[in-house]
Structure formats: C-alpha cells, structure tokens
Ligand binder design. Sequence first.
Ligand SMILES: [Zn+2]
Length: 328
Amino acid sequence: MKSAAASRAVALAAALALVLASAFPFLAGAQSEFTRGDRMPYDAFDKLSKTDLDVPGGVIHVAFAPGEIALPKEKVLDWVKASARAVATYYGRFPVSDLKLLIVPVNGTRVRGGTTWGYRGAAIRVMLGRDAGEDALRRDWVMVHEMVHLALPDLAERHAWLSEGLAVYVEPIARAQAGDLTVAEIWQAMMRDMPQGLPEAGDRGLDNTGTWGRKYWGGAMFCLLADIEIRKATGNRLGLQDAMRGVISAGGNHEHDWPIARVLATADKAVGADVLERLYREMGGKPVTPDLAGLWRDLGLRPRGEALEFDDAAPLAAIRKAITARPN
Ligand SMILES: [Zn+2]
C-alpha cells in the first residue's frame, strides 16, 4: 500500500516525465543525429550496416539506428517486405529502384510516424516504438503510406494535397489488393473519414487551403472521384491505378521534381482520358462539395450497425469491385 506522500511523489515524477517526454520526445530513444531536424540524415545512414531486401523492380537498403527493439529484426524486415509487396502490387513494381530505409527505435508500442525524401536518392525514415509487437506491425499503415509517396514526383508545397491524398487513398487499397486488409474495412474507413476532406466556410480550393482535413482527406476525395471517373470513361477497364502507373513508367518518382500539370497530364495520357486535369481545374482553385452520401449509395455501400453490406445491384457496384480487385 502506498502512503499519500509516496503517491504524490509518483504523480510528480510521472508529470515530470511527461513534460520531459514532450519537450524531448526521443530523449530516451536513439541518438539525435537520426531524429534531429526535418531532413533525412543521409550521412549518418551511410555509416550504418544495412540489410538489402529485393523487392519487385528494386532493392531496399534497411538500416536500424542504435537502440533496442523488442521484436527480432527479422520480424521488422518481414513487415518492410509485406509493405513493399502491397505497394508493388498496386503500382506493378516498386516505385524506385533503390530505397534507403532508416528505422529509428523510439518509445512506444506502435509505429510512431514516417517521412519520405528524394533529394539525395529515395529515402524513408520510420520511427518504430521499441515495444511494438507483431500485431502492431500487421495493423500499421505508416510504412505503406510512406512507400506510396515514392511513386509521385516531388511537388510544390501548395500541391501537398495530391501527394498526401494519394498516400491516404492508395495505402488501404494496395493492402486490400495484396490481401492484407479486407475490402469492407477500407470502405468503412473511407465512409467514416472522408467527410473530413469536405470544404468548410472560407475554403479556396485544394491548392489554397492548407488545413489538415483538406490536405489528407480532401486529396483522398479527389483521388476517389478521379478513380471513378477514369473507370466510367474507360468502360471500367482502367482506373487511377493505371494512370499513376503511367507516371512511374514516364520516369516520374519521388527523386524528381515535377510541376503538378506534368503529373496530371502524364497520368491522363496513360489512360487516354481528360479526368485528372479536368478535376483539378474544378477543385484546385475553388471549393467543391461532392454528395458523398449519394456516392456511397451509388457504389452500393450500406452500413448495417457495425457491419457493411454490399449492394451489387447499385449503379457503380462494378466500379467499386474493380477498385479493390487484385490487378493482373
Ligand atoms: Zn504522407
């Protein structure tokens, strides 16, 4: 049994630890040279020993920053491989031929975030909670999200909604196509979260409104609308997936800076339809509020309590199925 004084001391210590942890989030974690600033620590990475993983169309050089992690490294490498496989399933290949992947152990039980760079070769840094278990890695979306960023040229900051939107939209679809998520899970998440991407009062279009909701879910909404419109225009033969594969085939990946117009034109050309450029003309500079409830209904998505029912007689049911079908 604890005395009142001891409890107070414990509470104080806990409060102090919280203050310290928020001021220096990685104090107890890896060396700051691997976490400091918002640039990839390329030089520090180059000094670490690496494990090379072959993935379709490329090699991932994985390095661990100093620090303990609970899981065996093989389990972490399996997670990297599964994530790369999902991304390669969606894009037909891994988006870059060489990737430097830095895993930094930090406090916690899950994946704590990641960042992707391309200015000195494609690179990703992921903060991995040192006490993360296999289940946390199986449920993780961060690794796939960051790898999806590799598949798009570096854009000007005002177009971040397209890179974040693609990462948010493609990540669950790629994992579903690879068999790592159920189709119901991804549509339920989209129905739940996509309203965060709708414009609010004072919105000036995707290019001119830098809010979190518009950047991530507004961008994802753009991608969903584009996917559906490309499929309508091509008799459901091609989708956003084929358009974005066209960008990679044309040499566009995160190691290159492209203007957004070139990305959209290249993607449209790959599917022979003026969809992305047209949607951008509509949504880039002014607020557009699609009827999401009507869209879910047309796709044949019917929430039933906690579950989701699919209506295969709905007008866009075939398109809904094609979006998550494993590609050839
Ligand atoms: Zn992102």
